[in-house]
Design a protein. Sequence first.
Length: 576
Amino acid sequence: MVAEAAAEVPEGGRDFIRDIIAEDRAQGRVQTVVTRFPPEPNGYLHIGHAKSICLNFGVAEEFGGRCHLRFDDTNPTKEEQEFIDAIARDVRWLGFDWGDNLFHASDYFEQLYAWAEHLIQTGDAYVDDQSPDEMRAARGTLTEPGRNSPWRERAVAENLDLFRRMRAGEFPNGARVLRAKIDMASGNMNLRDPALYRILHATHPRTGDAWCIYPTYDFAHGQSDAIEGITHSLCTLEFEDHKPLYDWLLDKLPIAALGQPGRPRQYEFARLNIAGLVLSKRVLTRLVSGLHVRGWDDPRMPTLAGLRRRGVPPGALREFVKKVGMARANSVVDPALFDFTLREGLNRTAPRRMAVLRPLRVIIENYPEGQTETLTAANHPDDPDQGSRPITFSRELWVEREDFMEEPPKKFFRLSPGREVRLRYGYFITCREVVKDAAGEVVALRCTYDPATKGGTAPDGRKVQATLHWLSAADAVPAEVRVYNPLFARPDPGADGDVFADLNPDSLEVLAGAMVEPVLAGLAEGEAVQFERQGYFCPDPDSRPGALVFNRTVGLRDTWAKESGRNAPPAVGKVR
């Protein structure tokens, strides 16, 4: 991943973060650029993390440095090995490699503990016996200062003794915490004597039961950066108010003894917010635990695992992050930009196939029974190098049910009684009779074909106004197709108070009776294809020989009706 040459970033890739790093390099403040991606392993990564991953690994590569993957694993009550494994898998899938630079905050527990004792000895930390509720009440508000703890002026020796007994496991959860002694009247709430260590009798995924006290994120984060020699700590804007605490701790601790060439500097950038998506780990966890979705990798989830299962190529996600860019101010991105970027990439690479999602039988009455013939279909209309494939034509076909209307409106140009249409790569056919069941439902169409129109053109020059995709009933393969729509039914989920009240009941449509080309039975997991006129699809991991399952990655155009917050009627895309 890491480039050896310390090349500057091309002008086209500039943003304020890269400008800062370039200036640090030019002024000699930094020799080797070292960044880190530091997720907490308490859930799966989501699309917002992709921006941070691309930034941290990207600038390290561009400036000839390195990027660490570090798990900030300081809360064993919420962390699991499953999440650790998933995070590593997702970063690799996105296209980045940390090499030998895999670290954990738990690697530094002894050093962090020693530094906590250092703060006690210098009078900058104390053990507080207040309950969590008492501390919360004494913290004050944005307009009122907090109140000093009655234990704030404990003697150093007593604080050291209590802290060591906390480590020894003498006290229950919540009985005591170690707090920094800063300023309870500070306008920055993060400086009002923040907690540094809390008692948690819980088994840690890596250290087991070796510890029953754990550092807070704020205490572990900056110090881990210092230990690893991080030069640029790149964080999203919600950490801006934490920066004074980040710097206060580095100022108070003897980090120079580490022998690193400098100290880390924190810089903030806008997080990725996309309309209609909820990226809160708390909400995502509840979606999974409440069985609102089928797991962390459900294609409706904004997780990287969900996007991968949906068939999103990692290159498209990296390109999307590039299009969004790096800014200092938060904003909301239209999800149409993501879909556009996705289609843009898939359109260039995805081979074309035919699939009928809601089949309606067509019987070609003037085609000989038992006869079949082989036609030729292009694999990609704009890329001759992808070649072609054979498709079968026979007396009985499948067409899309939505491509027929018995009493069509004025601008409906597809199949209807007496109307002639073109079959893609095949012939002109004309609907002659509609077959219905006892309930009056249309179950088949009796049609005729013109043998002179093979390949889709008429020798007499007559034109038709619609081209339909189709499949031969003789060799079409049954499949389940899962069509995904936005998980939430409005662009601002939870704006009225309850995010779960805004769940879209139509977020998943399972089409169990779809038919696909036989060649699709050999498609590899994650391999994208375009179902002509339908969208882009890929096999789901549930897919098996004889039981094919496909996920829709994205439609051919945006069908999400924002003004109503509901799914718009299905659109028929152009054949490309």
